[in-house]
Design a binder for this molecule. Sequence first.
Ligand code: ARG
Length: 593
Amino acid sequence: MKTLQELLTEYVSKAFEEAGYDASLGLTRLSDRPDLCEFQCNGAMMAAKKYHKAPLAIAEEVVTKIRELWGEEIMTLEALRPGFINIRVVPEYLSSLLEKIASDPGLGVRKTDQPEKILIDYGGPNVAKPLHVGHLRSAVIGESIKRILKEVGHEVLGDVHLGDWGLQMGLIIYELSLRKPELIYFSADAPEDEDAYPEDAPFTMAELEEIYPFASGRSKADEAYKAGAMEATHELQMGRPGYRALWKKIMELSIADLKRNYERLQVSFDLWKGESDVQPYIAPMVEQLKADGCAHYDQGALVIDVAEPGDKIEVPPCMVLKSDGASLYNTTDLATIVERMKLFDPDEIIYVVDKRQSLYFTQVFRAARKAGLAHEGTKLVHVGFGTMNGRDGKPFKTRSGGVMRLETLLDEICEGMRQKIRENRNVRMEDVDATAETVSLSAIKYGDLSNQASKDYVFDTEKFTAFEGNTGPYILYTIVRIKSILEKASESGFSFKNEKLTAPSTPEEKALMLELSRFPAVIEEAARELAPHRICAYVYETANDFNRFYHETRILSEEDAAKRAGYLSLCSLTRRILEKSIDILGFSAPDHM
Ligand code: ARG
């Protein structure tokens, strides 16, 4: 469906044209001065030079033309010095537009006419390490971008891209071999057949989480130990049967734990692939790079030059193999592109990864292009996000200064939220836990997403969990308020139709309707810019507009049944648009809070 702004632009452009001017001058946009008008067109000022005429005279001509063509059916106008055209939308036109939005299952959001297959690489957790707050942003932003792109009609696949192959696996295996050398996994005649091993893993998730940091710490202080871990990594990668079997156990346990955590965050992936999956692609890829002459040896390492003439900063060569022949992070990412092309042939791959990896992705993308690993038309995009800081402005830590687990953060916020909700007494005892979980998630996700992704932000628990202000709970509170109005209306037997809106009669009602009419444009813009924060800004405005309307209007006590039904339809549409918006952001609203 065309947006209100597009429709107005079309009308005004037509008037410019009919009055003898260039149609493109009719560009109409939201007003800079909402106190004076709702939309404005500055085309007359731009026309003045070209047509050697006073801008005000042109504006007046255009205004007259619009009145001639459509009377006052669509907009009321004013031509103002030096040449502004100020526009207000006619109330009946606005309500009929909203009726179209309300009757559309997609609430007016257009499906793109160029649907693409898009793969989003987000999450990026490392196996055998618990999710910590550093993983929050990738998951939350990636999930929302996935939902936004689906909303406008793209085919989207989310891939978690596990870090499941590097030294961390060798460290765990090596440490286990010292602790429990008697295990069958370490015996010299460990069976080839994976089914021959015990069903249960020889450790719990808690043990695994203790083993990794222990081994990692020790390897930094103890050379021989490190060598042992590197050897174990190498043997794993060469396919030593016992190690492969043990690796599988680590993966199973770890993935189950990751799934549980992501589920709690309401983040999901279509693909659970990882760095290990692309190992078979590495050797042929390296061969091709050498044969093409695309890669060359530099001090023993195999590299691809990726510097370009216009570079503002130095872009070092992309290393494909280290001088000892070992592959590295770059190698897996390049091979992953090869695999993704082969299996999915996407039009675009979006990497939602910390912006500190931006130079790295520049190298990888250029190398992939230069080597022809990515198809010509396939876009490679890095959405780099900033750091989540604590109130001290430094990267978020626990009170004792350690890395905070994501679970702990969620638990702590939920605990505080439970108390708040109990105090408010709007929720039945048995629903408190589930409600607290839902509201906490909104606090965390909205707190994150409302900032432009590329910026660092301060994670301020107190601020994010407040029921007032620009927060997730405030948005939910507004939705809950609407739900309760609609519930009471239905208890009183008041009927209304979702698709039937009445023309606004007060400024607050009109402001809310204008805001609702922007919904399709906001989602389409968020999709173009990969910018969930645009949707956050929109839901906040909409919630504010609704609450202003609510405070100025007697909805349920309105005696005129037709008027009351109009209000209720407006409430219902506001609710649908807010709920759709937060669903796209990745959270939902409870019934009470
Ligand atoms: N596992 C990596 C890390 O912890 C993030 C992976 C991001 N995705 C990618 N394709 N490189 O830093």
